[in-house]
Design a protein around this ligand. Structure first.
Ligand SMILES: NC(=O)c1ccc[n+]([C@@H]2O[C@H](COP(=O)([O-])OP(=O)(O)OC[C@H]3O[C@@H](n4cnc5c(N)ncnc54)[C@H](OP(=O)(O)O)[C@@H]3O)[C@@H](O)[C@H]2O)c1
Length: 313
C-alpha cells in the first residue's frame, strides 16, 4: 500500500510517498481502507519539531504522521464486536500516539472509531475528528447554559466546531477572526464577532465566563483579563503559560488550563449523533488528492484555513 513516511523532521517535502506492507491487524483493531484524512496544525508542527514528534509518537523512525480518518472497514481483528467488513467509520486514531493515518490502510483501535451516519460524506466525516473532539472535550463540563463564552479563531478547525457546540449548550458566543470570515462565524451561530485586526477584544469585553484560546501567547495573556473572577480558560497551542497568566489566575481564582485532546470512541459517537441530527456541520473549505498531501500541510501551515482541510484517498 502507499503511505507517507517521515524519516526526519523538516519541511513538507520530508513527507515521502512510499510503498510499504499493509499494517498487521491486532486484537481490538480494525483495518480501515482510508477514503479521507484531515490535516491539523499538530500535523505540520510534529512534522517540523523533533521534541513534539517524539512526545506524540516516540523515538522510532520513520513514522507515518496523521490521526484523522474516514473510510471503510476491510478487516476485523479478534475481540472486535462493534464493526463488520464494509462498515463506514471515522475517528481520531491513537492520539497522542502512532496514528499512522497518511496511508491507504490504517489499523485502528475499534474503541477510537464510530460508524458514519448515513448521508455524510467521507470528507465531512474525516473533518469531524481531532478538531471536533477538541471542541467537545474542552467545552463539556466547562460551559453551561447562559455563559458568556469567547472563542478565538472561530473560523478555524477547532473554532468552527466550538461555536456550534457552545451554542447547543446554550452559551452566548463571542468569537474572533479577521473581517473576511465574519459572515462565516455568524452563520455558524456566533452572537458577536470581533475582527482582531481592527479591534482589541480586551478593550471591549468583560465578564466572560470561559475562553477557548486557539492562539496562545499574547492572546492568552489578554484573554485572562476579560474573564470574570472564578472564570475559566483552555489554551490549546502549548502547556507553558506566561508568569503573568499564572499570577492573574491565582489572584482572581481563574481556572486556566492546557488540555491535550484524546482519542475516544464514545465522544466520536456523540459527534456522529450531532452530524446525523444536523446540529453540527463541518466546513471543508479545501480538499487535496492523496498525492498532494504535502500541499495540504502548506495550506494548514498558512494559518488561514477556514474550517478544515481534507485529503481524499
Ligand atoms: N491541545 C490540543 O489538544 C489541541 C487540539 C487541537 C488544536 N490545537 C491547537 O489549537 C490551535 C488552533 O487549531 P485549529 O485547528 O483551529 O487551527 P486552524 O484551523 O489552522 O486556524 C485557522 C484560523 O485561525 C484564524 N486566526 C489566525 N490568527 C488569528 C488571530 N490572531 N485571532 C483570531 N483568529 C485567528 C484564521 O482566521 P483569519 O484568516 O480570519 O485570521 C483561520 O481561520 C493550533 O495551535 C493547534 O495546534 C491544540
Amino acid at each position: 500500500m502507499k503511505a507517507y513516511l517521515l524519516n526526519e523532521v523538516g519541511g513538507a517535502e520530508n513527507l515521502v510517498l512510499s510503498d510499504i506492507d499493509k499494517p498487521e491487524v491486532k486484537a481490538g483493531e480494525v483495518l480501515v481502507e482510508t477514503k479521507a484524512i484531515s490535516i491539523n496544525p499538530v500535523d505540520y508542527k510534529a512534522r517540523a519539531i523533533e521534541g513534539l514528534l517524539s512526545m506524540l509518537m516516540g523515538e522510532e523512525r520513520p513514522v507515518i504522521l496523521g490521526w484523522d480518518i474516514a473510510g471503510v472497514v476491510a478487516e476485523v481483528g479478534e475481540d472486535v464486536t462493534d464493526f463488520a467488513d464494509g462498515d463506514k467509520v471515522f475517528g481520531m486514531v491513537n492520539f497522542p500516539g502512532l496514528g499512522n493515518a497518511y496511508a491507504e490502510q490504517v489499523a485502528a483501535p475499534a474503541v477510537h472509531l464510530t460508524k458514519m451516519p448515513k448521508g455524510v460524506s467521507f470528507e465531512d466525516a474525516a473533518a469531524t475528528t481531532l478538531a471536533a473532539l477538541t471542541a467537545l472535550q474542552v467545552l463539556t463540563g466547562r460551559v453551561k447554559s447562559g455563559d458568556r463564552v469567547l472563542i478565538h479563531a472561530g473560523s478555524g478547525g477547532v473554532g468552527h466546531f466550538a461555536i456550534q457546540i457552545a451554542k447547543q449548550m446554550g452559551a452566548h458566543v463571542i468569537t474572533t477572526s479577521s473581517a473576511k470570515n465574519k459572515d462565516f462565524c455568524m452563520a455558524l451561530g456566533a452572537d458577536e464577532h470581533i475582527d482582531y485586526r481592527e479591534q482589541q477584544f480586551e478593550d471591549v469585553l468583560t465578564d466572560i465566563d470561559f475562553v477557548l484560546d486557539g492562539m496562545g501567547g499574547e492572546t492568552l495573556t489578554k484573554s485572562v483579563k476579560v474573564l470574570k473572577n472564578g472564570g475559566g480558560a483552555v489554551s490549546l497551542p502549548a502547556p507553558d503559560f506566561p508568569e503573568e497568566v499564572t499570577a492573574e489566575a491565582e489572584a482572581r481564582n481563574l481556572n486556566v488550563e492546557f488540555i491535550l485532546v484524546q482519542s475516544n470512541g464514545d465522544d466520536m459517537k456523540q459527534l456522529a449523533g450531532m452530524l446525523e441530527n444536523g446540529t453540527l456541520k463541518p466546513h471543508v473549505s479545501v480538499t487535496f488528492p492523496f498525492d498532494k498531501l504535502q500541499d495540504a500541510h502548506l495550506q494548514v501551515e498558512s494559518g488561514r484555513t477556514i474550517g478544515k482541510a481534507v485529503v481524499t484517498v
